[in-house]
Design a protein around this ligand. Sequence first.
Ligand SMILES: Cc1cc2nc3c(=O)[nH]c(=O)nc-3n(C[C@H](O)[C@H](O)[C@H](O)COP(=O)(O)OP(=O)(O)OC[C@H]3O[C@@H](n4cnc5c(N)ncnc54)[C@H](O)[C@@H]3O)c2cc1C
Length: 292
Amino acid sequence: MTQENNKNLVINYSSAKYSWLKTGGKIKNLYKINSQTELINLFNGNQTINKSLLVIGNLSNTLIKDEGFKGIGIKLQGDFANIQINSDHILVGAAVLDNYFSKFCYKKGIKGFEFLYTIPGSIGGNIFMNAGCYNHEIKDKLISVIFFDINDKKIYEKNINELQFDYRKGFQKKNTIILYGKFKIFHGDQNNIKNLMQEYERIRNQTQPQKVNCCGSIFKNPTNESAWKLIKSSIDESFYRGPIKLSKIHSNFFENEPYVSANSINLFISKIQNKVKEKHKILLEKELRFID
Ligand SMILES: Cc1cc2nc3c(=O)[nH]c(=O)nc-3n(C[C@H](O)[C@H](O)[C@H](O)COP(=O)(O)OP(=O)(O)OC[C@H]3O[C@@H](n4cnc5c(N)ncnc54)[C@H](O)[C@@H]3O)c2cc1C
């Protein structure tokens, strides 16, 4: 597949148009990949040699610096947006959206994925981040991760027991593309599943800002601490005003006007980090992925 005749190539893909933050730089070359064959062909070609890699999911946790990303961007779709139920596992493509998968499981009477109903990401993003909420994490549902290694151009499967998933740190192996997750099947009562999905939605609506541009939590919670409490006790009122501001509902969320500069968001985050460090001697670790 050469770059010139590659129908899957989008030049200057606007992350701002599609990201949850409605801002961010462009991806110079974004390849939309429909199948394993397309993936292997792309990485067998010259255009990918020695370039850095950025895989995007639903861009709900990613902010690309204003100058953009000049390497190879990958977005999975097509075959990777499928879900297949097998006798002892569910094979879920990395491009499947959380909310869709959660509803799919409800329809099939499969429990355990209700929490995904309220997360705006994709399965690939979830596996990368070890996404979770309401005492559920993606790692507890996974049997294995199937991924493509761009160095040797091969597909591998790793059992979850071989992987070191941690709080908001999932499968983050350099130069790899997560293709599928193999998930456990737990059968359950449909009414209970639906009630739980609605309950999670109700809690989220009450405790987090809605219908604003945001990325979810800005920072991870340090051990035995809440990032929002540390932030709230470290900053002054000015952080709750302006085109990029902390949410009054949840101090570990910011809201921004569309198309504000991505770099200014990064600066805003650094300022919060400094304030918390000054006050509590704790360095908050970003949950948001800033691509620089
Ligand atoms: C309103 C809101 C609420 C949120 N609530 C939660 C929550 O409760 N819990 C939680 O954990 N998160 C939450 N998030 C954050 C986010 O939804 C999750 O981190 C989600 O897992 C990101 O998925 P994504 O597809 O959007 O990933 P992206 O933002 O597109 O990517 C995130 C990271 O994953 C990598 N990646 C994505 N797909 C692949 C792949 N196929 N192969 C290799 N790498 C890949 C990207 O390179 C990037 O580094 C929230 C976000 C928002 C906006």
